[in-house]
Design a protein around this ligand. Structure first.
Ligand code: AHR
Length: 510
């Protein structure tokens, strides 16, 4: 057992958690759309063919925003193929995933589905094989009112009178990656992104734009790509994207369990790069980050798209997640919260079946994977003001990240409802932690009360345990025992390799 001590004070705030931090991602890939959110023959399908059981889980997950339609898919996509009468929509070869795209679901169907779930869609435009005019056409189709332009009226004729009112737009996807259809150098992409941004803003000055940063922090051009792209686009965009997937490398679980250190470092690196461009161009604007693809992905099990036969539907990268993966995902969410002053948007990739918190069987059940739970709990309870956590903890020695805190703690304050939410991850595989949190700052005169509402944890004697159609609730958050609040101090035990949400209510004395 080792000791972890934290002192919290409501006066020391990092920032407010943005609405779009609990985002996710729907790509036309594998069974995310077809057989995931959409399955017209399923017993729960609604009148538009979308699965109601999946929709219920999406609601429970607490998703606020969804990026669509890709991913690598968008770089070969013609959005016009996916609108209008179904029997006129073409079947196309999607080069990204070597799959036949039937275009049964397109922009209109997706936006209606998202809005019904109270989800704000984020739309990506194709800057791989297309460019400025296709992007501006899509913007008009989605956002212009009836009677303004022919493209807006085409949407109305397709049965969507009201504009989809999409506020956030991604200028392409992973354009630094040689696997991307229409891959470009930083200068080529920077120029195209700048011209597309200029034209899109002229059409709709209210939109927010996300320019493509690196595909991951191991790319040889990481940092340089962002600098060059931002030199072209800084004053025309609002956010720069960042993507990263995490998995154990060569069985190194200690480094995997502390993956959030890599996420924290890449956020810092990209924020500094953006600030450098601001300084060099004398801009007074500060860019924020859109971490619009993040998750655990066992990429080493994927042969790569070039190893795929051309397919007409079917599963792709359907990772089954364990307790360990859930602890990592919970800890990654904490890293996003701790950086909420710089990360405005974050999308876990993806939503259903494809490296996803929700899994389905064709014609059968939908269930929550282990990683569903930390996301749902964080989205439900952690949308407030993040506080600075002054942490004293022993360090863990890892080969990937060096010496890093054995336990991480993130605190979110809801002054309006007198609630403090503490998230904690014990990343030590061997040793439990004794957590003490000083709470004097929440009741400075000592005359009030602080009480424990709930302590839920994800931990298990078998870290490899997973959920399945047969055992959908094998891994769930469970109430933890022995947690107390006394003398303005919270005490809890965090088992090895575990993730926690602890909720406290307080009423300061007068
Ligand atoms: O989410 C799967 C793929 O990962 C996306 O299509 C791409 O953007 C990323 O490389």
């Amino acid at each position: 057992m080792y000791d972890v001590k934290v002192e919290l004070d409501p006066a020391f705030a990092v920032g407010q958690v943005g609405e779009r931090l609990f985002g996710t991602f729907v790509e036309h890939m594998g069974r995310c759309v077809y057989g995931g959110i959409f399955e017209p023959d399923h017993p729960t399908a609604d009148e538009h063919g979308f699965r109601r059981d999946v929709a219920e889980l999406v609601r429970e997950l607490g998703v606020t925003t969804v990026r669509y339609p890709g991913g690598n898919f968008v770089s070969g996509y013609r959005w016009e193929d996916g609108v209008g009468p179904l029997d006129e929509r073409p079947r196309r070869l999607d080069l990204a995933w070597r799959a036949i795209e039937p275009n049964t679901v397109g922009v209109d169907e997706f936006c209606r589905w998202a809005r019904e779930l109270d989800i704000d869609p984020i739309m990506a435009v194709n800057l791989g094989t297309r460019g400025v005019s296709a992007a501006v056409d899509l913007l008009q189709y989605c956002n212009f009112g009836a009677g303004t332009t022919t493209l807006a009226d085409r949407r109305v004729a397709h049965g969507h009178k009201d504009p989809h009112a999409i506020g956030t737009w991604c200028l392409g996807n992973e354009m630094d990656g040689p696997w991307q259809m229409g891959h470009k150098t930083a200068d080529e992409y920077g120029r195209l992104a700048a011209e597309t941004a200029r034209a899109m803003r002229r059409a709709d000055p209210d939109i927010e734009l996300v320019v493509c940063g690196s595909s991951n922090s191991d790319m040889p051009t990481f940092g340089t790509w962002e600098r060059v792209v931002l030199e072209h686009t800084y004053d025309l965009v609002d956010h720069i994207s960042l993507h990263n997937y995490y998995e154990p490398v060569d069985g190194d679980i200690d480094s995997f369990l502390t993956s959030s250190e890599s996420m924290r470092r890449s956020i810092g690196a990209i924020a500094s790069t953006a600030d450098h461009v601001a300084a060099a161009t004398r801009s007074r604007k500060q860019l924020t980050i859109s971490f619009d693809e993040w998750n655990v992905w066992y990429q080493s099990r994927f042969p790569g798209e070039l190893g795929l036969e051309v397919r007409d539907g079917g599963a792709l990268i359907e990772d089954t997640y364990s307790v360990t993966d859930a602890v990592v995902v919970g800890d990654l969410l904490m890293a996003l919260l701790d950086n909420c002053d710089r990360v405005a948007i974050a999308c876990q990739a993806q939503l259903v079946n494809v490296i996803a918190p929700i899994r389905t069987e064709p014609g059968g059940p939908a269930w929550r994977q282990s990683i569903f739970h930390p996301f749902a709990l964080t989205a439900r309870h952690a949308g407030g003001t993040v506080l600075r956590s002054a942490l004293r903890t022993p360090m863990l020695s890892t080969s990937a990240h060096g010496d890093v805190p054995a336990t991480r703690v993130t605190a979110v304050h809801h002054p309006d409802r007198g609630e403090l939410v503490i998230l904690a991850a014990n990343r030590d595989r061997m040793n439990p932690a004794r957590l003490s949190v000083g709470l004097r700052g929440f009741d400075p005169r000592g005359a009030g009360s602080i009480t424990l509402t709930e302590h839920l944890s994800i931990s298990d004697d078998d870290p490899n345990a997973t959920n399945s159609a047969e055992q959908p609730d094998r891994v769930v958050p469970r109430p933890a025992s022995g947690t107390t609040v006394a003398d303005h101090e919270l005490s809890a035990t965090l088992p090895p390799q575990s993730w926690h949400v602890i909720r406290l209510s307080y009423a300061p004395g007068a």
